[in-house]
Design a protein around this ligand. Sequence first.
Ligand code: DX5
Ligand code: ZN
Length: 228
Amino acid sequence: MNVQIAPSILSSDFAALGAAIAAVERGGADLIHVDVMDGHFVPNLTIGPPVVRSLKRVARVPLDVHLMISDPDRFIDAFAAAGASMMSVHVEVLPHLHRTIQAIKALGVKAGVVLNPSTPVVALEQVAADVDFVLVMSVNPGFEGQTFIPRSEGKVAAVRSALDRAGNVSAPVEIDGGIDLGNAARVVAAGARILVAGSAIFHAPDPERATRELKAAAAAALTASAPR
Ligand code: DX5
Ligand code: ZN
């Protein structure tokens, strides 16, 4: 399994989203991470399906839509129609998580589940065989530019084990929050195979170059650790 880089456009200039996407694509971005926030589940408001539809027209790589909203079931159809290739939902808000995962897959979209920093890995156990990927939050969701919570590497490893135990060896673990050149190698060694990065890429003087450097650091860490 390769390591993929997913720049989060939350940290970019919203007046120039197309240019931001083009820059990170030139730098080798594998996915574009889109943070959807509703002001209820997290204390911030961001973007909805109309913006995703516009991003889809300009992006050459798949859109990875992270739903930080209280009632994702209401919006899954709209984000799929808007062009999401991957959609992740938080286990903390879903009493019928299995049903939601099946609903996302039925729309032809890859289904992921997200664990907040305080959510135990066991919350994933009963759906570990069903998911296409798992997103481990390494900050409390809501804002870019926060500090990586160090225990998150152990969480990545525990999620990797849970997926493997369920026979879901091809589902990657994604990590989101505070990822930069200083910790990329560590999270890859722990088993992360999709790295989200917002401020480390878009607050850098040259986002294209920052993407390329993060990707090179992740790839080097993968070579150094046992292949999986
Ligand atoms: C946080 C979002 C993240 C965030 C990442 O709620 O889910 O995707 O934009 O930004 P950085 O990399 O700056 O932590
Ligand atoms: Zn995110």
